[in-house]
Design a protein. Sequence first.
Length: 607
Amino acid sequence: MVKKCSVKNCLSGSTAERKRNVELNRRQTTLFQVPKCPEALKKWNLALSQHLLHKNFVCELHFKDDDIIRTFDRINLPNGEVFDLPKERFHLKAGAIPVQANMLVDHHDARVLDSSNTNPLPMQIVSEEVVINEELDTGCSAGKHMEDNSNISDNFSDCRQQMYSSSIVNEIIEDTTSHTGDLELEWQILYEENYRPAAFDDNPGTFSLSTILQALKDQGLPQNWCWSKQSEPQKLLILYYIDSFLKKLKLEVKISNNLIIQITVMETGVTVNYNYSLTSVIHFFNMLQEIEKSQFCSGPGVTNGRCSTRCDGILQSPEKYKRFMKMNRCFSCRSLRKRLLMSSKRKNNDITKRYITIKRKLHVKQKNLHRLKKKNHQLKEKVEQLKHQCAVIKDSVIEEEIADLPEAQKQAVRACFQAAKVKNSKQRRYTIEWVYECLMIRIKGPVVYDKLRERQILPLPCKDTLNRYINKLDSAFGFPKAIFDTLRLKASRMESYDKRDTLLIDEIALSEAVKLNTKTMEFNGFVNLGNYTPQNLINERADHALVFMYQPFRGTWVQVLGYFLSKSAVTKDVLHKLIIDCIIQLEKAGMQVDVVTSDGAQWNRGA
């Protein structure tokens, strides 16, 4: 954090002041920290007429020359000369107290212009002419800034009115972090002593606009405030507040005869009805202090006399700035300022410059596109070369390399090499084993199957190809012959103890429905118990299904053997025949049925 002078209207230690000193090759202004002693701190506060904290600083320009130690002890040389060795850092004498805050400070000479008037009470000053400069020189020093404020009382030729102004004291600078109760009480007493007019009665019943006028004539106004003098009795009091930082009129305060207050922002012309109860002269000066502390909207700042239609003139709590700003703006004027600046920027843009910029960007994009196309072409050539190398590899070499892999991985490797030999994916041919593996992957996880196929991680067939293979399977009712042929092939590769199994029987209820099988051109949905269908149930709609399932004792796989359709539950005689038929076919396939498992229904126990 940059150290700077805490006295109002003093720019010592600021970035602009330091930069200017460097440019002019001048010494930086020395800053003295506020003493921690409560008594000394109280004296400094009274001398400067403002609150100070232990972490604040006051520059050397606010002290007398006699209170600053600028050199070391004088050295008497042998030749009789006296040598003064200057100090790099100045120090204060014990008990040094700064001068009043309203004294003029000249940063060019780095000295304080002393004043014989030390009375804290304000003096009445009649200002004949005031010139208000709306242009702000941000690079000026504090001395020039204060000199311009002093020249306001000499150059006001535009208003042509006599104005009363007074430099009572600077407004109290409040620190938002902490306040002490003793300082607040002391400043309240000092304020009442300096601002309470003894010649007037503060009785609310007798307080009126004439009381305020008489107080202004006798006591004057605080710094940066002025009011117009009229020879005739007036029913309206008009006060003006001058922004010392921007050096121009900021506010116009109108107080009517019935003590109604209206504040007009000079920058935007917005009028605010200020709700404040005036019952005494003390309240009047308190009101002026509150008006100075309030934040009024200065408009967008792009065009003079223009602001948002939703601007209220005064900033509410959510809109207030936490730090000091030159121009305060409400949310509506901030948004309007952005739109006006963007519109002005679009209008002022040179078409030629925009064309050159766009042309340059287009050239860069074209070069990037050319590089990407070239790189893409190189990668395609490399892929084709690798495909050709894979195609010329002999099958015997591949089989030797994958001899130690599991059977499923062998199928995947063979499928990958077969897919690399063709240029078009529609020319691929798949083995039955690989199709079965793909069907299992599709059944286990359709999303995973689609992901593997889209990313081309494995050469998987499309859904239509799998459906064509599924349609070739015989899905008729009864015991399909292909299932038992597959079990016979599997049993030939199994040990004898792995062939012992159990036969599972279960019956489920279905909804009656008749559909045409386009493959066999037959209607499905009628009772179908194979060769054991009763004559009285032929062409009857089925509402139950009987399922036979095979599961070995050793192993985690199961196999559906067949299913039948019936009207209600299958009778025990028909069920007995179907069980015997299934066991016989399993025995022929090489399997051994040791157990028949079913639920405890009456017809199942009878079978």
